[in-house]
Ligand binder design. Sequence first.
Ligand code: NAP
Length: 264
Amino acid sequence: MEQTAFTDKVALVTGSSRGIGRAIALALARAGADVAVNHSKEGGTSEANAEEVCREIESFGRKAFPVQGDIASKESVKAMFEAVSARLGRLDFLVLNAARAPFKPLEKLREKEIRQLVDTNYIGNIFCIQAAVSMLQASGGKIVFVSSLGSRFYNPSYPLGSMKAAMESVVRDCAESLLPKGIWVNAVCGGIVKTDSFKVLRLYMEEIEHIPDELCVAPEEIADAVVFLCGPGARAIRGQTIVVDNGLSNRLYRPAWIKRQDSK
Ligand SMILES: NC(=O)c1ccc[n+]([C@@H]2O[C@H](COP(=O)([O-])OP(=O)(O)OC[C@H]3O[C@@H](n4cnc5c(N)ncnc54)[C@H](OP(=O)(O)O)[C@@H]3O)[C@@H](O)[C@H]2O)c1
């Protein structure tokens, strides 16, 4: 088998059964890593999608297995990391990608929705970090969190933004607190990516449809940044959030769309 940068490395990507997580799992595997593909629910499309991602990874010669785990549940997270240890024997990269949130203004959230928002998108990520520390310490591993522009810009139907802002702060804190253990922590803040969650968001925010494709980002472009942060080229980057948004957030006012001289 071809030797690549991540040969013999193992990644766990939360929420990698579809969307951006799927692209990250595939990109890490293409770079040589074996991958645990996390999905949230037993059975149904959740499990079937994860199995399909694993088949794709195996088709280019890497190991993969689907691992059910709801990150909002401490027991479930514990079992997920035990499964990674038992099946793949180590952990080098933890990618915190899973997210689930209602699309409605904060002031309209019911108590149950507020608790789910925090349980999944803040506490769940911290459960994962805590459960991963010993394995990542053993490997000198990396944690990469997937954030979004909601961490820094208002969107009326996106309460997830405040959780992303909190997590970007956690990324900075953990980069310091986990440094003595040799664990690197960073984040990628994605722009607009046309995944399943975008299809729901556009029902609540029609204007988002009018953002030209040239200002959106492909899942693979987020994945490339995650792979970079996991690799040796990012050895001097710690506690940072790298924005990957095709320049969408550079301007408050965009008088006319200037077509990019595309380098892709
Ligand atoms: N789409 C965008 O425009 C955009 C932009 C920037 C950043 N992001 C961020 O990128 C990440 C992925 O977004 P996406 O658009 O690809 O999302 P998506 O298509 O909705 O997929 C979400 C993934 O997370 C999993 N998941 C949800 N709740 C979970 C839980 N409690 N435990 C474990 N897994 C769970 C889902 O698993 P199942 O298949 O089992 O449901 C699925 O694999 C999120 O953190 C999101 O905030 C998205």
